[in-house]
Design a protein around this ligand. Structure first.
Ligand SMILES: [Zn+2]
Length: 135
């Protein structure tokens, strides 16, 4: 499995997709041209592998916004509430202080950027398909 860093992805986007000069890309990404050269070289090699060898690509290393909320339900009083990701599992019900708390929403391991999910159709997770969360 190949992993493409967000810096590589961004370099590809700016240089290849938007057609900026490398010096403009380097400036936009706040890196030196030498660094950008390395990033682009690495990115191009990975893209080539991706196309030629049909590898699976994973985008990583960036600011992936986890704006999802987790929903919890109190078994004691039936109160449900939402907690944003990253704040940890609540210890008690905010309503009755009960501790018999369960996740109310269906656990979805198929969240943003995880890949290897969505097998509903039975197809393999598309090789050579890059998914990017717009930020
Ligand atoms: Zn409660």
């Amino acid at each position: 499995m190949l992993s493409l860093g967000l810096d590589e992805l961004e370099a590809l986007r700016l240089a290849d997709l938007e057609g900026l000069y490398q010096e403009q890309v380097a400036e936009a990404m706040d890196v030196s041209r030498q660094t950008l050269g390395r990033i682009l070289e690495s990115a191009h090699r990975k893209v080539a592998q991706l196309l030629v060898e049909g590898k699976t690509l994973r985008i990583e290393g960036g600011k992936v916004e986890m704006s999802e909320m987790r929903e919890f339900k109190c078994m004691g009083c039936g109160h449900t509430w939402e907690v944003p990701y990253g704040t940890g599992r609540p210890g008690e019900c905010p309503s009755c202080k009960g501790e018999n708390i369960h996740r109310a929403d269906a656990p979805r391991g198929c969240g943003a950027g995880k890949g290897r999910c969505g097998r509903a159709g039975g197809g393999r997770a598309g090789a050579g398909r890059a998914v990017r969360t717009e930020g």
